[in-house]
Design a protein around this ligand. Structure first.
Ligand code: SAM
Length: 282
């Protein structure tokens, strides 16, 4: 196995700093630096970018990113036990790594590197991963502050993010992601790649911002998708009653069939529906 740097192997780092994995922090560590390098490379050229990484843990992916030539990595880690190990990584890579101790849900990522090209790359903790993704793809301003997201999720979440209409996994997350981004799954990781192994397969998802998402307000899009997919087996005319009674005029104004079901409606259809409700101040 090729060495990516002269730092100690991750198993040794974990033993030295006592970083036994905690479930409450979604800690499933990647110890194979060839694999973390592969994830880093799949984010594209990093040499002119500031990479924001959430949850560096013992630093496996962080080292992959730095070895791949990232100009700078800003890593946000909630578990302070990891900080001494990460300080070693920072020293080895000439200070190109900056670590922020804190909760990524409470830190404004836009303020971290103003004016720089930002890519977000992370093996996300499963308990906050979806919320972080939603925050990043629903920023009020568009194009957003990032140029790509390369993120590890549980496979089932990856399926939901990239789902096409008419498929079982298609839902609110797929509509949001499809509205604002081009999203695809790159490759899967066997549970055995992680320490400790999670119960399910993981997948790396890559998202880039759409240059011009169809115009619509997030507020209405969130409302119509929540109502429609909240009762996904019902026809739209029934599931959307909670927004307006009767709902048919809005559904028809959006050019949709009131007897269709949420999973049959594509992103453009949901955008038209959101705009039909918005036109009436709903
Ligand atoms: N990047 C490492 C790797 O690939 O081996 C660790 C990934 S592990 C799945 C998730 C990491 O996120 C853990 O280090 C955990 O402590 C950290 N974490 C959990 N919740 C967090 C939060 N709210 N904000 C920042 N980091 C968090």
């Amino acid at each position: 196995m090729a060495q990516i740097d002269d730092l100690p192997p991750l198993r040794e780092v974990i033993a030295t700093y006592g970083l036994d994995a905690r479930k409450s922090l979604g800690q499933n560590f990647l110890l194979d630096l060839n694999l973390t390098s592969r994830i880093a490379r799949s984010a594209g050229d990093l040499t002119n970018c500031t990479v924001i990484e959430v949850g560096p843990g013992p630093g496996g992916l962080t080292r992959g990113l730095l070895a791949a030539g990232a100009k700078r990595v800003i890593a946000i880690e909630k578990d302070r036990r990891c900080l001494p190990a990460l300080a070693e990584v920072s020293a080895h890579y000439d200070g190109r790594l900056e670590v922020i101790e804190g909760d990524a849900l409470e830190i404004d990522p836009q303020a971290l590197a103003p004016g720089e090209e930002i890519k977000i790359v992370a093996n996300l903790p499963y308990n906050v991963g979806t919320q972080l993704l939603i925050n990043w793809i629903t920023t009020p301003e568009w194009p957003p502050f990032w140029s790509s997201l390369t993120l590890m999720f549980q496979k089932e979440v990856g399926e939901r993010i990239t789902a096409a209409p008419g498929t079982d996994h298609y839902g609110r997350l797929g509509v949001l992601a499809g509205w604002r981004t081009h999203a695809g799954q790159l490759f899967d990781l066997n549970p055995k790649a992680f320490t400790p192994p999670p119960k399910v397969t993981s997948t790396v998802v890559h998202l880039t911002p759409r240059a011009e998402p169809l115009p619509c307000e997030l507020k209405q899009l969130a409302k119509v998708t929540a109502a429609a997919f909240g009762q996904r087996r019902k026809m739209l005319r029934a599931s959307l009653k909670m927004l307006a009674k009767p709902a048919e005029p809005y559904i028809e104004a959006a050019g949709l069939d009131p007897t269709s079901r949420a999973e049959e409606v594509d992103v453009a259809g949901f955008v038209r529906l959101a705009n039909a409700f918005a036109a009436d101040g709903l």
